[in-house]
Design a protein around this ligand. Structure first.
Ligand code: PLP
Length: 338
């Protein structure tokens, strides 16, 4: 149940830490993580690295900082990364790589399925020549607006990256949603990437934290950049304990969120709303010319928090139950302006 009896469909970042998670946090063994002495942080980093088939991990406060640190560790000033026009690492992180790293983005539109047309990627890779930034890295996102990238696409992207000497980074804020949707281990996705960033504060339900994964050498470099960007925390085992708890209890249950998103989409579609097919834990509703502000306020009066806009993103998560989905559909029926 959500806070104050509201059902909050704005994002999967709004989850409340459960009783069990809070207990795990309260009893965590901690130490100074800048000295590498927090056993709970070390355990989280090792556990997730093992799940992802990588040599090492690094715990960071946010996914934004995790992606930034990855870019700073991979690229020098005057290098370039190929990134989605709609990607979080390009559009929603304040241009951090350019601001702080002198790293130039080369944005490309994502295709309908959530990845790039790889021929377009080939076309924007710049020749080694003093005129150009040095194209160093290709960045994918999975899930991308709830969409799961097919494994074959990851294989193809990896082949291209290897052939053209590019590093392949995954913004895997919701990569566990992708793994659960495909019914595969995390490693089946992450093995195609050089480095991966995973969020613990989205569908996994932790209050904060992301983990960056890669080779020992890469993580050593990333650790340095984490300190430089102000992300070296001290007794952060308190937070890492929530992450470990989430890995133990909240991964397989993501399937429920995906099921709830499908129920929501079917319910809204039956009411005549223009929805796109539910993908993992997200449903998009096209509001056309409806007054989005007014609609969102009406929904609020019915106890449902949604973002406002012409295309509303609805996100299911562990504080949204099956009966909450039915309540949300009833509210959409009551507020209908179609
Ligand atoms: C949430 C998110 C991030 C990181 O966000 P923070 O709020 O900084 O933790 C990165 N990429 C994607 C796709 C996200 O959804």
């Amino acid at each position: 149940m959500s806070v104050g009896n509201f059902i909050d469909l704005r994002s999967d970042t709004v989850t409340q830490p459960s009783e069990g998670m809070r207990l795990a946090m309260a009893s965590a063994d901690v130490g100074d993580d800048v000295y590498g002495e927090d056993p709970t942080v070390n355990c989280l980093e090792r556990t997730l690295a093992e799940m992802a088939g990588k040599e090492a991990g690094l715990f960071l406060p946010t996914g934004t900082q995790s992606n930034l640190v990855a870019l700073l560790a991979h690229c020098d000033r005057g290098d370039e990364y190929i990134v989605g026009q709609q990607a979080h690492t390009y559009k929603y992180e304040g241009g951090g790589a350019a601001v702080l790293g002198g790293i130039q983005p080369q944005p490309l539109d994502f295709s309908e399925f959530g990845g790039f047309d790889l021929r377009q990627v080939e076309d924007v890779i710049k020749p080694l020549n003093d005129h150009f930034a040095r194209t160093r890295l290709l960045c994918l996102e999975n899930t991308m607006q709830g969409k799961v990238l097919p494994i074959q696409y990851l294989i193809d992207a990896n082949r291209l990256a290897s052939a053209r000497d590019l590093t392949l980074h995954l913004d895997g804020a919701r990569v566990f949603n992708a793994a659960v949707a495909l019914r595969v281990d995390l490693n089946a996705i992450t093995k195609h990437f050089t480095t991966v960033s995973v969020c613990l504060s989205k569908g996994l339900g932790a209050p904060a934290g992301s983990v960056l994964l890669g080779s020992m050498e890469f993580i050593r470099e990333a650790r340095r950049w984490r300190k430089v960007t102000g992300g070296g925390m001290r007794q952060s085992g308190i937070l890492a304990a929530a992450g470990l708890y989430a890995l133990r209890h909240n991964v397989q249950r993501l399937a429920e969120d995906h099921f709830h998103a499908r129920l929501l989409q079917e319910g809204l579609s039956a009411l005549g709303y223009q929805t796109s097919a539910a993908q993992t834990n997200m449903v998009f509703v096209d509001m056309g010319d409806a007054d989005a502000e007014f609609f969102s306020r009406s929904m609020h009066c019915h106890g449902i928090k949604i973002s406002s806009g012409r295309r509303i993103r609805l996100v299911t998560h562990l504080d949204v139950s099956r009966s909450d989905i039915e309540r949300a559909i009833s509210a959409f029926a009551a507020c209908r302006t179609l």
